[in-house]
Structures are given as structure tokens and as C-alpha cells.
Write a protein that binds this ligand. Sequence first.
Ligand code: PLP
Length: 538
Amino acid sequence: MKPMHKLGTPVPTHKAYVVRNYKDVSLEQRARALKETEYNMFSFPADLLNLDYLSDSGSTSMTDLQWSALIHGDESYGRNKGYYVLLDAFRDVFERGDNPKKAINLVLSGEDDVEKLMKELYLTSFEGGFINGGVHQLARPNTFICPQGRAAEHLLFSTLAEVLFEIDPNKKYCIPNNGHFDTTGANIRAVNIEPVNLFDKSIVLNHFPHEDMDKRNPFKGDMDVEGLEKLIQTRGVDSIPLILLTITNNSVAGQPVSMANIKAVHKVADKYEIPFFFDACRFAENAYFIKEFEEGYQDKSVRAIIQEMFSHVDGFTISLKKDGLANMGGLLAIRDKGVFSTKYSINGTQIGTRLKEKQIVTLGNDSYGALSGRDIMALAVGLHEVVKEPYLRSRITQTRYLAKKLAENNVPVVLPAGGHAVYIDMDRFLEGTCMKTEDFGGVGFSIELVKHYGIRSCELGPFAFEWDQRTEEQRKGILNLVRFAIPRNAYSLSDMDYTVAAVTELYKNKDQIPRVRISRGAELSLRHFQTGLVPEYK
Ligand SMILES: *Cc1c(COP(=O)(O)O)cnc(C)c1O
């Protein structure tokens, strides 16, 4: 008999006790709604869909433990009790490895020993890591709760830019990344710093046999470390205020980053004394890939791997709408007394104090950062849910399943599958049709998929990345992809099968995919969120 995990189909890991039924929407009704919403995927009413792969952000189904924690939400303005358990959940997950304290249980169990609560929760102090506690968080603020990832990015980059301007008002800066996410790049550009991508397009699209997906992984999300050295040499150490590494690399087909790469980037950052940060959105999924495929990590727990990953960085921004397993939340954390704090605490003001002041005027008091007390409780529990290995196994396996089934039907997908999404390579998909890049075939594909099958995907190619507005040189860095981002814990394998059947059918009828013209707002920034479109049927 085959061992259980070798059956070729994933072991079940959860069941659903709440059901949301879909509406019975006809093709004609969806066609009408598409027209009325200018064929823009972001504007189409979600309630008219069967499956929604637009984003895995905030679209998570929470667990029963999270839902039951909501009732413990404390909406006090100053130091709500969730603040303490959330900060300690951050310490548990990012710093304590195999020895989490799970202080949240004190609240969930209704502990009423006041001395114990004061000693273990409300008056404990911590320092030296990402999450100062007690008096140290007051004296040296380093943990900034935010409503989502982009708010954390804005807080970090706008404050950093102010400090850089005080150091030298005329200098030009750049921030390298293995792949800037769209809002990350836009937040950096907004403060006149240049975002630089250090990934190799050809590596991403390299052939990889789908039969090998359970056996090995080339960690295509890695940063080009030689390119990083070269950038530092040519631009000069002083023009690089920060190095970012995105785990997993969302802009590069959701591919994971290896521990070896994290270490190598850390070494370079250390050598030049440049602060090194994660864009940590999918830290748990990334850790699972390391456990599954990187030599020497098979026997380590996901918690221990996460601890090791974060031991290499000086700070991080994170959207907790992704791996936080919650519907809302974000965080900026910087290492107490680390390179970043030391380097950018200038003219008598700590960088942490500047960050906290900006957080207060934009997001609110540091103990809630624009989240409700309920959100905070859901997050604190979610952080412990997301590091559970059976959950991560089912998450990664489901994504892989979708990619494998599509590949078996010869639909060209980027392989191996990343953690959170499957990406179709549209250039190969449309081979044999007379579709040109400027016809936005990926958009035409997404429109047809909604119309015929009620499935929403997202073009991340020439349309989203503004191909027609770019120079020849810039166009080289644009991949032609359509992304299917899978919401966490929401969909079943039969949903994947429906998706495979629908996409395969469209693949067979690719001649009928319409060209798409931009009817309004071609020149708008982040235009995929706002332009109007018109499909042109033959
Ligand atoms: C989603 C995402 C962000 C931004 O987070 P939001 O919560 O959507 O604001 C930043 N970086 C990466 C890699 C992301 O996937």
C-alpha cells in the first residue's frame, strides 16, 4: 500500500461549517454587467461570480478559532488587551521559533488572576528584537501596526525619505528588490526614490516539468545577488538606503526565495552596512517551500525556519491580509538598536519616534493602527493558525494541483507553481492566433472567463504594466501573465477542477478571444484599477 502522502491527491485538512451559496447568474447577465463596468476586472460585482481569483489578499476564510476570538475584541482607545496578545503573537512567530508562549490563551481562557496577567501580559518588558515591550516600546518605538501592507510601506518610505533629505537634499537614491510589488514600487517612486528589480526574466519562464513539482524546486524567486553587488558598485553605497527582499516573490509568479539567498543578500548588506528588510507578505508559505525543498531543512519545523529567516533582517513590512490568515492588517517592524535605527536616527531624533508620530497623525494610536479591536484578535489567532504545517501543506498542494492539472491539459502555466497563485504564460497561450502584444490578449481572456464561466482572474502583463506607455528598454521587463490567486481555505479541489475545465475550454477556443482596446484612462497610473476597456469581437 502507498504511504498516505503519496496518493497523488492531498490529505484533507479541514471542513466547512459555514456555507455561502452563489447566485444563479446567466451568461447574458454577466455579459451585461461586464459592459456596464467597462470590462474592468476590479469593477465587476463579486456577487455575480462563481470563483474569484482576483487576489488572495484579505479574501481568506478565517478559522473557527479566529471567529470565536472576535468576541474578545477590545475597542478601547489606549492599550486594548488585544494589543498585548498581538505583539506577543508577533514575537512568537517571528522570533521564538519552536518555543512560542501563546500568551493569547490567557485572554481566550478568561484568566482572572490579576497578578499573573500583569506579570505575563500587561507589564512584561522586551527589548532587542522587532517587538519591544513595556517601557522599551515607549522609549524606543519599533513596532507599528497598520491597516494593510501598503500603509506600512508608505509609513516606512515617506519617513525614510524625510531623513535622507535631511542628510543630503540633492542625492538620488534607489532601492533594490528581487521584485517590487506594484504598491511597493509606487510608494518608493512617490518619494522620488527609484525602485530597482533584480530578477532574471528568462529564469522565471524556464521550462520546468510538472511531474517534478513534488520533488524539487529551483527557487526562482531568489534575488540576483551578483546584480546587487554590481548595483552597489555602480551607484555607490550611499545611494542605497535599504535592500528589500520579497518572500515569496509575488511579482515573479509567486516564486519562493531560498534560505541560501536570504543569507547571501544578508552577507552583502552586512558588508556595506546597508539595512536589509523583508517584504514579508507570504513568510509562512515561503518557509514551507524551504522545509519541503531546501537541503538541511526537512527536519526543521516551519516555526524554526521562520525564526531563522527573520534572524537575517533588520526590519520588515508585511501585509497580514496574505499570510496573516486574516481579512485586514499590516505591520512595520524594525530591529531594536539595529543598523536601520542607528543609521537613520539623526539630528537628535530616533527614527522610531518619527515613525510613531507619523503613525499617530495618519493611522491612529500605536496600539491599534487603524484596526478595530476585533481585527486585532482575529490577527493574533491567525498568526498561530498560519504556521500550522497541515494547513500550509494543503495550501501549497492545492495551488500545485491547479497548476499540474492545467499543465496536463497543455495549458502553458509558469512552473513550478508558487505558493499563492498559478500564472498562465499568455504569450505561449496565444501562440497561433494573430494577437499582438498591444491587443492585450490576457485581458480578453479574463473577460471571456468571467462571461462564460463566472471565474475572475487578473491580467498582470502589458495592460497592467503599461506596455504602450513604456520605452523599448522598459518593455523587456514586462512578463505577459494572467494570475489566478487562490483565497486561503475558501475553495475545494472541485473548484480547481471547474477552473481547469473552463480554462482548457477557452484554450481550445483561443481564436475567439477578443482584442481589447483601452477606451478611457490609458495614461492613468496603476491603471488596471481604473481604466475603461472595450473588447473587439471578430
Ligand atoms: C499585497 C502585497 C503588498 C501590499 O499589501 P496590501 O495589504 O495589499 O496593502 C505588498 N507586497 C506584496 C508582495 C504583496 O503581495
